[in-house]
Design a protein around this ligand. Structure first.
Ligand SMILES: [Zn+2]
Length: 294
């Protein structure tokens, strides 16, 4: 793992899920997310120690395991103060919530693995509003709901915008096809919002640092709308969710394991929920199955 300077006091660790670092002063730093697990967090702390810095604060953009999985170790080994939005706090403090909602009840072990359930940790303060001041450094907080219930983005005083998982890099969309979302309507709103915010650099948690983000945003919109179109075409004949899921996997040429299946099923629910709320799809229970109809 390497620490890379973006501009002035703003850096990132080139972790598979990017971890941001901001130098608050000569001695203290703030982290933006903590990666997947203890191993990554240990490497982060080692590099911080080599620079004679201390972790003063950690801001979690959201509660997905690859963003808060290092919290627990950092909490044990430092005096850092932890921040997140209100809903993400509840998920970070009770990380079983995510596999619970994916499975619909107490999840079997395969769904409690580290990619879906991080170690729990405590959040000391809920971020309310669009500003956060830490040690005299003023950060802008951007509400980026949609990918998760209450994800936030952060703009550092160096004009570097950490957009978390609200924008997925085009290359990653080509590879994985689907874009995970919890509320499609909120994700569309967040993508529109990011497009209007001009900063010098954008940091995509999966995709790196970019000077311009417009093309990626357009590709996110395209991929999300394409899945809506696929669902609507499939519903030329009323059908249940299992069959829509099966057709979707065939159409996109994917092979799933149990965790992938539940993640894809969750994002399909988000698309169906959106289409129902928009009034273009209806659903009803017929003989013990939920049937979706255009
Ligand atoms: Zn995420």
């Amino acid at each position: 793992m390497e620490l890379v300077q973006i501009k002035n006091n703003t850096y990132y660790f080139d972790n598979p899920s990017i971890i941001g670092l901001y130098r608050l002063n000569e001695k203290e730093v703030m982290l933006i997310d903590t990666g997947l697990n203890d191993d990554g967090a240990k490497k982060v702390l080692k590099i911080i120690k080599e620079n004679n810095w201390e972790v003063k604060a950690v801001v979690n953009t959201h509660s997905h395991a690859d963003h808060c999985g290092g919290n627990s170790l950092i909490q044990k080994r430092t005096d850092a103060f932890f921040y997140s939005s209100r809903i993400e706090k509840s998920y970070i403090e009770t990380t079983s919530t995510e596999p619970h909602y994916l499975f619909g009840s107490y999840p079997p072990k395969v769904l409690r693995a580290k990619f879906l359930q991080a170690k729990s940790s405590n959040i000391d303060m809920v971020i309310d509003g669009d500003e956060l001041n830490i040690e005299g450094n003023q950060f802008q907080i951007v509400d980026l709901k949609g990918h998760s219930p209450e994800q936030i983005g952060i703009i550092t005083p160096d004009d570097v915008f950490f957009v978390a998982d609200s924008v997925i890099e085009s290359k990653i969309i080509e590879k994985y096809k689907f874009i995970y979302n919890y509320s499609l309507k909120e994700l569309f709103n967040s993508l529109d919002k990011i497009k209007e915010i001009k900063t010098e650099h954008y940091v995509l948690s999966h995709g790196g640092v970019k000077k311009s983000i417009v093309e990626d945003i357009d590709n996110n919109f395209k991929a999300l709308e394409l899945l809506n179109e696929f669902i609507l075409n499939h519903l030329e004949k009323p059908d249940n969710k299992n069959n829509i899921h099966k057709a979707m996997i065939k159409e996109y040429g994917l092979i799933e394991n149990i965790p992938n299946y539940y993640l894809n099923d969750s994002l399909l629910s988000s698309h169906l929920g959106y289409l129902i709320e928009e009034g273009v799809v209806e659903f009803e229970v017929i003989d013990g199955e939920v049937i979706y109809n255009k």
